[in-house]
Design a protein around this ligand. Structure first.
Ligand code: HEM
Ligand code: NAG
Ligand code: NAG
Length: 361
């Protein structure tokens, strides 16, 4: 048989074997591509009302997004190569073994959201690993201009305790962070892509005297303000002094992690950092891509069911470009990408920006 004919048959076979449409109608007439996805609509309704205070992008959302990382990054390719257990990745172990993993230093404060989420996972009979990634994806969809993350369901509920020291610390150098993240399969630029999450984030524990102090001026918006504001020359501490992992920020009421400051200025990553400032679409698509990777660390995605349709469509971004906070000029920017000039962005009008804390909910 001619090669072309074989190819035609092969293509036909692929088409024929492609799963037939399993479209099913779930509660409230919502349609899913697979019956296994229906229960996630019920989880969605429950957590939007009872965990996220009516689909807000507040503290529980921020913490849930952070938790997707702290569960998944318990994963080490080098340990696996040496025949050791490097952690099961996005396997729910941080919830199953909370009494051990939440005591790891880098997991400071994560116990709150683990305990807040656990009853929902148990009530709905879904695995801890699935629940953590689902809650993060739903949560960040509540943020203005947010991403619509992929959600694959079907992670096993059986896990083992992740080893300590897999979660980066804000006092770690870029070399240390890039090495650790590389050991989980992420390039330095993908670390920047993951740090887009810090656009909707605040700290409670680096300086415990000022809980709720955000990393940018708009912690309820999934926007690029974080990428501008971290590049401003640091001039002040929002609290009463320097803590381990903290450096000076540029705005009253805003917190700057040492790791965000150094990665923003590192020659390996400064251009990726700058690239989001005037390109909201790029920022969203890079985050969606890197989170799809994070969410299946240690998993075989072909064994999971795509239930992404359950994730809400986020509201549209207010603007495609970040601005300079009021009171700042381009001279205050520590331009760090050698290849590309700093983009021309406008300055917000009015008196110098100061940032209000994220209220606890
Ligand atoms: C380079 C590695 C990273 C370091 C060193 C780091 C460090 C930190 C620190 C120290 C905090 C403050 C925690 C507290 O005091 O309450 C924080 C918050 C946060 N992080 Fe990261 N992070 C990193 C990567 C990530 C990634 C990959 C994600 C998600 C994909 C993420 C999401 C968040 C979120 C959403 C918060 C805010 C939590 C809240 O407001 O309660 N971080 N991070
Ligand atoms: C998952 O495991 C935990 C114990 O770690 C258990 O409490 C929970 O009910 C299990 N969930 C499912 C769906 O099996
Ligand atoms: C910062 O505040 C805390 C709590 O109010 C206090 O214990 C500590 O001494 C203060 N540190 C400085 C340097 O003022």
């Amino acid at each position: 048989m001619a090669f072309k004919t074989i190819l035609t048959f092969a293509l036909l076979a692929v088409v024929a074997s492609a799963a037939p449409s399993k479209k099913v109608t779930c509660s409230q007439g919502r349609v899913a591509s697979d019956a296994a996805c229906c229960k996630w609509f019920d989880v969605l309704d429950d957590i939007q009302t009872n965990l996220f205070d009516g689909a807000e992008c507040g503290e529980e959302v921020h913490e849930s997004l952070r938790l997707t990382f702290h569960d998944a990054i318990g994963f080490s390719l080098s340990a696996e190569r040496q025949g050791k257990f490097g952690g099961g990745g996005a396997d729910g172990s941080i919830m199953a073994f909370a009494e051990i993993e939440t005591n790891f230093h880098a997991n400071g404060g994560i116990d709150d959201i683990v305990e807040a989420q656990r009853p929902f996972a148990i009530k709905h009979g879904v695995s801890f690993g699935d629940f953590i990634q689902f809650a993060g994806a739903v949560g960040v969809s509540n943020c203005v201009g947010g991403p619509r993350l992929q959600f694959l369901a079907g992670r096993s509920n059986i896990s083992r305790v992740a080893p300590d020291l897999t979660v980066p610390e804000p006092s770690d150098s870029p070399d240390t962070i890039f090495a650790r993240m590389g050991d989980a399969g992420f390039s330095p630029n993908e670390v920047v892509d993951l740090l887009i999450s810090h656009s909707v984030a605040a700290q409670d524990h680096v300086d415990p005297t000022i809980p709720g102090t955000p990393f940018d001026s708009t912690p309820g918006d999934f926007d690029a303000q974080f990428f501008v504001e971290t590049l401003l020359k640091g001039t002040l501490f929002p609290g009463n002094g320097s803590n381990i992992g903290e450096v000076q920020s540029a705005l009253q009421g805003e917190f700057r992690l040492q790791s965000d400051a150094t990665i923003a200025r590192d020659a390996r990553t400064a251009c990726e950092w700058q690239s989001f400032i005037t390109n909201h679409n790029l920022m969203v698509s890079k985050f969606e891509a890197v989170m799809a990777k994070l969410a299946v660390l240690g998993q075989n995605p072909r064994k999971l069911v795509d239930c992404s349709e359950v994730i809400p469509v986020p509201s549209v971004a207010k603007s495609k470009s970040a601005v300079l906070p009021a009171g700042k000029t381009l001279k205050d920017i520590e331009h760090s990408c050698r290849a590309t000039p700093f983009p021309v962005i406008s300055a917000a009008p009015g008196p110098a920006t100061s940032v209000a804390p994220v209220p606890p909910s």
